[in-house]
Design a protein around this ligand. Structure first.
Ligand code: ATP
Ligand code: LTN
Length: 333
């Protein structure tokens, strides 16, 4: 019996060097889901330009994210990998979703509040970012969206917009569910565990980039902030810094938080940090090797071309149905 596979869509912005937070919060799940779902993984370049990007950097970072997808284990034969701006239906449905969005609900988005705080000139793109993200998801009629915890609110808005569309114009759009990891959905900054680790943080010491050299990783972990005291216990409330390092440890070693706690009983932060650095280095080493091979092969361009073609076929079908229901005059075929 061949049942239709459920759909998955997600994306990462090429707005800097991908971090271990992107990896643990999102990419590991992309790789896990591709076996059972019909997957679309996007490089969200139209989202990245909601804050200024140097053109040469944007191009380089776009290729970098694509190669990291493959290096992390995304199989282009199973999952469509594509660049958002190469599938123009995103921009078009993005506009339609903007017209369906309310100012009030966009004003409540914490990502907008964080990214616009203290800025003199705030780009309008940053404000309507969630409407474009809704379009990304709804174009593919995605059932599941693997993301880190910080995107939960955007997913809620996507669900509201899909419901609003269906109510107003007819039942067309699939209401998506977020898919958020139980541990590691929110990896925090190494210099401040009250902020999420972010690739656009100007302090490179605050994140571990997936392509950081082993010695850089060792240094960053050695300098990572720790809490008062010296016990290795998982207690995000009272020991946020060490708890964050423990979740990274758990992901890179395969050990549970309890195992880690038991292993370092009676030992200080020094021994723990040394071992943590080696686990992170060992996790990233094969990924970095694969990354270099892929970049050197130049294969990424063909992969992205095929991915965009596959994505466009699905996206165009939905866009046409949306426009028809909304009353746009469609060209005769
Ligand atoms: P930026 O800081 O430039 O806004 P970012 O590092 O938050 O970017 P995104 O491209 O916005 O990265 O996010 C890609 C995916 O990685 C999303 O699913 C997001 O939830 C996830 N993610 C990002 N940072 C973390 C983190 N610190 N912990 C867990 N998941 C994360
Ligand atoms: N806003 C996301 C990136 C993103 C995305 C998407 C994620 C853009 N479009 C669609 C999931 C589905 C972020 O991680 N900041």
């Amino acid at each position: 019996m061949s049942e239709k596979k459920l759909r998955v869509l997600s994306g990462i912005q090429p707005s800097g060097k991908l971090t271990i937070g992107n990896y643990i919060g999102a990419m590991i799940n992309f790789v896990a889901l591709q076996r059972e779902y019909d997957c679309f993984f996007m490089i969200a370049d139209l989202h990245a330009v909601t804050v200024p990007q140097e053109p040469a950097d944007l191009r380089e970072q776009t290729e970098m994210v694509a190669a990291l997808y493959v290096a992390a284990g995304i199989d282009p034969a199973r999952a469509a990998m594509f660049v958002q701006s190469q599938v123009p239906q995103h921009a078009e449905l993005g506009w339609l979703m903007t017209t369906l969005s309310y100012m009030g609900e966009l004003e409540r988005m914490t990502q907008f509040k964080d990214k616009s705080a203290g800025k003199e000139a705030v780009g309008a793109g940053l404000f309507v970012y969630p409407s474009l993200m809704a379009a990304d998801i709804l174009l593919y009629q995605a059932n599941l969206v693997p993301v880190g915890d910080d995107q939960k609110q955007h997913l809620e808005l996507t669900r509201d917009l899909a419901g609003r569309f269906n109510h107003r114009y007819g039942d067309l759009l699939t209401i998506p569910e977020p898919y958020i990891p139980k541990v590691g959905a929110r990896i925090m900054s190494l210099d401040d565990a009250s902020k999420k680790m972010s690739k656009s943080n100007p302090n490179a010491g605050s994140y571990i980039a997936l392509l950081d050299e082993p010695d850089v990783i060792r240094k960053k972990i050695a300098r990572a902030k720790t809490d008062l005291g010296k016990e290795i216990v998982y207690d995000p409330q009272n020991k946020p810094e060490i708890s964050n390092l423990m979740s990274i440890y758990a992901h890179c070693s395969g050990l549970s938080l309890e195992d880690i706690q038991a292993r370092y009983e009676g030992q200080g932060y020094g021994a723990f940090k040394k071992d943590l650095a080696e686990h992170v280095v060992a996790t990233l080493e094969p990924l970095q090797r694969k990354y270099k091979d892929i970049r050197a092969s130049g294969a990424i361009h063909d992969i992205l071309r095929d991915g965009a073609e596959k994505a466009m076929a699905v996206a165009e079908t939905t866009l046409r149905q949306v426009k028809d229901l909304m009353g746009f005059l469609l060209p005769r075929r």
